[in-house]
Each structure stands twice: as structure tokens, then as C-alpha cells.
Design a protein. Sequence first.
Length: 330
Amino acid sequence: MTQRPARILQLGRMPLPQLDGELAAQYDVTLLSDQANPERFLAEQGAAFDCVVTSAAIGLPAQVVDALPNLRFVSSFGVGYDALDKDALLRRGARVGYTPGVLDDCVADMAFALLLDVVRGLSTADRFVRRGDWTSQRFGIQTRASGKRLGIFGMGRIGSTLARRATGFDMQVAYHNRRPVDGSPHQYIPSLLELARWADFLVITAAGGSGTRHTVNAEVLAALGPRSFLVNVARGSVVDERALVVALRQQHIAGAALDVFEDEPRPLPDLLGLDNVVLAPHIASGTHETRRAMADLVLQNLAQYMATGQPKSEVPWSAVAAAARQRQTV
């Protein structure tokens, strides 16, 4: 059993506004983003906090972790944890909870919505009608979605949910991971380059971070080919955006649909003028149902950690932090 922490440091406003109030009602919360000088505040009061609440979008940089000498637990709103400084948290020995599972359906739905949009030209067609072009010309012929080959880069929870959606469209599904998924009924392709050559649609659901940065590069895009499409609902860092702009401009690929970008909320300006790319403002999990479930899991992770020392949902490397903490206290 762990003692209830005296104070919780919340780095910024949560994606579900109700969660801010719920945290404040249940705990002694200080909002770092409200401080006139956050750096000075951390230097003066950082030792008072042993829990942090943050989100995948806000992250948790090393300088904040280093300013919290008594940090024991982080509850993060989001499934991605690449913006949480892993090395700093491992050094500190802090455990980390996050919110996987509850957003799989909505992210998979969004991936399919983006795929259908870019393949059938829905956003382009909407602009075509609004401009009044329909009165003087016909809209161009597009590509069929059903019956095609769907390549998934990252066959985790979201990738598996996406694969189930694809069966309703009579698609062949193959995937690339670092290793095959036990029990998966889908074809495993050991190289991303080979998967790109095979696929009509390449959907990215892989984790972000340094290990996958710019994995989808000019070579992979060239392998995808001029009749194929790219969809990214994972992390913007996985795709080399400059190489993507070249591929779209030169029609090395037919089109792309992106919910995530390398420098959010600032996509490359060159993307904005291209008609063969669909752009969304990182909204794959942005439904009332999913955001509520994510907020509930943030609270559950806090409550369970305080009661038992073990969060309900813990990032894969967090147990290493716990072991480090135990060694420090022995």
C-alpha cells in the first residue's frame, strides 16, 4: 500500500474539460500551466509532488521529471507515451499509467473514414460542389475501396481492430511488426518495404518514438506506388513529411490521409495546397464516448496506484521503473 500523495501536479488542461474538475474535486491539484513562471515554481516547490497528471499531447519532458525528486507515479491521458521522457522516468523510478484499449474502436473507425475519404475523393468532392464547379464540369473518377489489399504497419490493439473492419470490405489484410503476432489470422510480412509493395492501402498504427521515426520514408513511399494510398492515425514522426510532399506532388503515390503530423498543430505548409491529401487535426480518439472512457481510466490509474501501488493500465517499461525504485529503497 502507498500513502496518498499530498499534492498532484497537473501539467496542463486535459482533452476532456470535465476531467479537470473531477481531478480537482478528488485531489489536491496544482496546474503547472497556470503558474506565472513554471520553471521557478518547479525549482521552489517541485519536491512537494509525488504524482503527475499529463496527456500524450502535453507529454512529460526530462526537465520536469528532474525537478520532481519525489515523483512516484504519472497518470497520462492517451495511448501514446513517446512524449513522456522514458530515460528520465526510469532514472527517477516512477511508474506510468496510460489509457490503452478504450480508444481502439474510434481510432480504427477514423482510419477507415480517412481511407474512404482519400480513396473516393470525398473532401475534394465537397470542395468541388461548394465552389460551384459541378455546374460546369464532371467530378473525376476515383478508386474503389472494397476488395483491395490493406497493409497495416503496427498490428497492436488498434491495428487488429482495423483489420476486423477490413473484413467487412472484403479486403485482404497483411501487416508488418517487429515480430509476428501470435494467433493473428493475417499474413505477416517481415519487411515494411515488402508490405508497401504489396498493399493498395498502407495504414500506420505503429507506436511513435525514436525507434519508428521516419520509418515511412521516400523508399517506402516509392514502393507503395502511384496507385496506392497512405493513411496515418499513429504519430506524425513515423512519416518523413518532406518525402511525403514530394511523393504526393510527383504522384509517386495516389494520395494520403493524415490525422497526425510531425509538428502539431503546424503541418508542413506544402501539404495544405495539395488536393490529393486529406488532413485532420489529430481527432481519431475525439468522440464523447472515448474521451470519457480515457478520463475514467486516468482516474482509475490514480486511485488504484494510491491504493495498491499498481496502476490499472501501465506502460510496458514502467515495471522497470518500479524495480529501479525498489532497488533505491533497499
